[in-house]
Design a protein around this ligand. Sequence first.
Ligand code: SAH
Length: 530
Amino acid sequence: MILKTMRAHSLNYFRVATRGRCSRPIAYLSARYGYGIRWSSSSSGSGERQWSTPLAKSLAEAITTAGPVSVASYMRQCLTSPNGGYYTRQTSGHDQFGAKGDFITSPEISQVFGELVGIWLYTEWLAQGRRERSQVIEVGPGRGTLMGDVLRTISNFKPFSQSIDTVYLVEASPHLRKQQAELLSGTEDLREVQNGWKAGCKYLPGRDITWCEDIRFVPKDETTTPFILAHEFFDALPIHVFQNTTSSTIPAASKIITPTGPIIPKYGPQVPRNQWHELVVSPAPSFSDPDIIRSKDLKEQKPEFQLTVSKTPTPHSLYLPQTSERYKALANTPDAVIEISPESLAYVADFAIRIGGSNAPKSSPSLSSHPSSSHPSGAALILDYGPSSTIPANTLRGIRSHQPVTPFLCAGEVDLSADVDFLALAESAIRASPGVEVHGPVEQAFFLRSLGIVERAQRLAEVARVAKEVRTEKGDEGDEMAKRVETGWKRLVDRGPTGMGRIYKAMAIVPHIGSGKVRRPVGFGGDVVG
Ligand code: SAH
């Protein structure tokens, strides 16, 4: 895969790695056996251990004081810590996205991707009776490229674009918020408001874009139809990892450490039985071989952190694997590994409630902000990589400069991600709201072809030959640009073993129309209606 990347570079075809294309075994082996990238993790002459990044040092210190942390805590710190997280730090030239950054995503590869997503939203708006008031929400917008292409496309459909009150962008990174504002509002100056920051929207005159740090700050309003997008967002949310091991190895008096003090669980008589144990992260033993420290060979560096199986149960290991029949079915499979992302499940439940209303009784005081919608409306489109039906296992991966690397080096300077468990997302959405149904996941190739990627790309390539208004990342013109449009769309629907068309999937949450009827959205087997 990497060879392919390099060969493509030398052919000048500008083919760079996507995160979804890093294969699982590589990520796992790198985590366990530690080939990574060259970095100055070492013991210094003074005897004090040196760390590759300030974040690695502070994580190691925190773990030394309070004990090993879950993979989820490690991921969260590495990705969004205010003190040097991968997305939240100031990048000073080394951008996360694109050819010069660490990875490339579909909207950055071709504008056709965002255009088709915009058309998909329009087909949903039509199918749902042309609602008068709507809003567009994107979680994890990166550089804002997808939203730019979506809004440019939507602005061609006047009645739909006029129905949009506000665009909401949910973004944890202050630096990316500025980049998004530059692109979508033409300014970096955001007005602070109660739930985040605001600026005008270039594509929807008179309307604002509001940036929020979390979906919970996006107001829920039953009179407004939400159209929600999540592209390569869920793979960046933290996962907990559990391994099934026999309990005979656990000491009878193991403690569970909770924020309010230790609990000693009752195990009863010691009958060997399988139990889920959480994989936890702690600093790897220090090493001091100067040849390795100075080595330029990327594979010689040792990871600074290691994964171990927690001997004692954690609050998460007792609870999370009991939350779905899919996990319970593996309860007696020794050495089975499962990954669960509670934050992803919470996000998707929030989407479902916005679209279909809450499952909880109206009287519940804690749900005053979760209306039980009497008229389900809206749609969520989730595009990401992960298996269609199986539970992801061993998929935590690091990527830097388009190379798969160990997730346990250079905390905060390496992108971390994991496969998305689409079925878990579907289950969470359906559990959260009686008013929704879930379609997919389908392969990205199927979704984009159903929306007419071939026809749209061909038209664009023709335009590119004569006009200069087509955007490609390299900014080239004419035939060269037409060629790039062509390689771009083909890459998005490539169904080879590691192709984006196969690895990336699309899933939709739409209102349940009831009376035993199902309306399939466009891209999921349905036609344009309305
Ligand atoms: N959708 C974009 C970017 C994907 S990268 C694209 O496809 O090009 C993930 C994005 O999610 C980044 O914008 C990152 O800053 C944001 N992000 C990651 N974790 C987040 C969190 N917990 N809350 C909000 N945004 C987050």
